[in-house]
Ligand binder design. Structure first.
Ligand SMILES: Cc1ncc(C[n+]2csc(CCOP(=O)(O)OP(=O)(O)O)c2C)c(N)n1
Ligand SMILES: [Mg+2]
Length: 419
């Protein structure tokens, strides 16, 4: 929780002693490196470009040892991250071959954030990914072939060819809510999922993501506030990847760290290095445990860098090259690989075998997805309107525990408010 501090030390501001009405808060920051540079917009006539100000020469930080993950779990997360990256490379190639029908979004540089956070969820928990979280979908049980077929709008894809992008989920088996494009809207939806579970007698963790751009939307505040007031098990990862389309984070918000937003909501906030799988996992694990223990929501700010353009159509020419160089050295997969090898948790031979396994799995799935048929034209009208039983929503965990209305109640709620 945000810490209330009453200190007798003189405040730096005018030497006045803080009274009991004044409060200061702290946000835990697990990073081993705290970059200090900023991105500044420079305008000359019609030309707009961005410059980095600050020191970009700092040595690359090590991976922070996890408080919770063992050797096997670390290797599993590393494999998910590799699968995430290599699947996106395969998707990029499929796009260039004209086989992908829509656009493609990439999570390059953000694999640790997606994979290690979703890895902290239990089977009964829920996940709602955004466009960069293909890795979370893999961890949650979608296969690379599901995702590739989806982007190619194949008949066997999760949406049976009706959507050629990331708008798919699975509310029956994998507890995955489909992404909602309107930024921030997933937050109240997920809070509602947690509320629904609570009415069924269960406290679960519900995890979703919002970007540095998306967090400015009104619904983000409404959603977090609702979760905070209702003490719902929301685990919100604020993915601060420094860009929202072509808007740098420094022109998007004025607080130093987005985790500070948690203070205003009265919930715990924490900062992690989004390129460090161990930090992401530890923060997500603790947040999920709090959620399952009926201790309410947590906001985790993961700091990293979007290493490509917004989507495949965007060459990200506006991003200063120095920034790419800086973050390329902090690659989440290369650093985690190095950590596992140096720790002797993975031998070079085992690593090669693991990489070959990932390549083979992807190649088999790519071949399958490419060869699978497009939907039959006659099927286009199917699944558009409600058919018998298609929205037969059952309680997931138990019969909801709702109070029956009491006969003889003195005043109805409306009457109390209107008095
Ligand atoms: C409410 C709303 N406004 C605008 C958009 C258009 N839009 C889609 S993605 C995007 C940028 C999002 O940036 P950020 O939240 O930082 O996420 P990132 O793409 O960096 O992961 C915008 C403006 C939208 N989908 N929803
Ligand atoms: Mg962003």
């Amino acid at each position: 929780m945000p810490k209330k501090k009453t200190t007798s030390k003189p405040s730096p501001n005018g030497g006045r002693r803080p009274t009991s009405h004044q409060r200061t808060y702290s946000i835990p920051d697990y990073r081993l490196e705290k970059p200090t540079f900023t991105i500044r917009q420079v305008r000359k006539g019609d030309e707009v470009r961005y410059e980095v100000e600050g020191d970009l020469s700092a040595p690359v930080p090590p991976i922070r040892e996890s408080k919770y993950l063992n050797q096997k779990q670390c290797i599993e997360i590393y494999r998910w991250m590799l699968l995430n990256r290599k699947m996106e490379t395969a998707l990029e190639n499929l796009y260039k071959q004209g086989k992908v029908v829509g656009g493609v979004y990439f999570g390059l540089g953000q694999e640790a954030c997606s994979c290690a956070s979703a890895y902290a969820l239990h089977k009964d928990d829920w996940l709602a990914p955004m466009i960069r979280n293909q890795g979370s979908l893999l961890v949650r049980g979608f296969s690379p072939r599901d995702i590739m077929m989806q982007y190619m709008a194949k008949a066997g894809s999760p949406t049976k060819g009706r959507d050629a992008s990331s708008h798919f989920g699975d509310i029956h088996e994998r507890n995955v809510v489909a992404p909602i494009s309107t930024l921030g809207d997933l937050i109240p939806v997920l809070a509602g999922v947690a509320l629904g579970a609570r009415l069924q007698g269960r406290n679960i963790a519900v995890m979703t993501y919002i970007g540095d751009g998306g967090q400015s939307t009104g619904v983000t505040y409404e959603g977090i506030n609702f979760a905070a007031v209702q003490n719902l098990g929301l685990v919100l990862l604020v993915e601060n990847n420094l860009w929202a389309y072509s808007t740098p984070a420094d022109m998007q918000f004025h607080v130093k760290d987005l985790a500070e937003r948690a203070i205003a909501h009265g919930i715990p906030g924490v900062i992690v290095d989004g390129t460090d799988a161990c930090q992401v996992y530890d923060a997500a694990h603790e947040a999920c445990e709090r959620a399952r223990g009926d201790q309410g929501p947590t906001l985790i700010e993961a700091k990293m860098m979007r290493m490509k353009g917004h989507a495949i159509h965007d060459a990200a020419e506006y991003v200063p090259k120095l920034l790419f160089d800086y973050w390329r050295k902090r690659d989440p997969i290369a650093r985690f690989e190095d950590y596992l090898l140096k720790r002797k948790w993975l031998s070079p031979a085992e690593n090669r075998e693991l990489i070959t396994g990932v390549d083979q799995e992807l190649e088999a799935d790519r071949t399958f997805a490419v060869a699978s048929p497009m939907p039959e034209p006659e099927s286009a009208a199917g699944g558009v309107y409600c058919e018998d039983g298609c929205h037969n929503i059952q309680p997931k965990y138990a019969i909801p525990k709702a109070k029956k209305s009491s006969v003889g109640q003195k005043l109805k709620e409306a009457e109390v408010h209107l008095k």
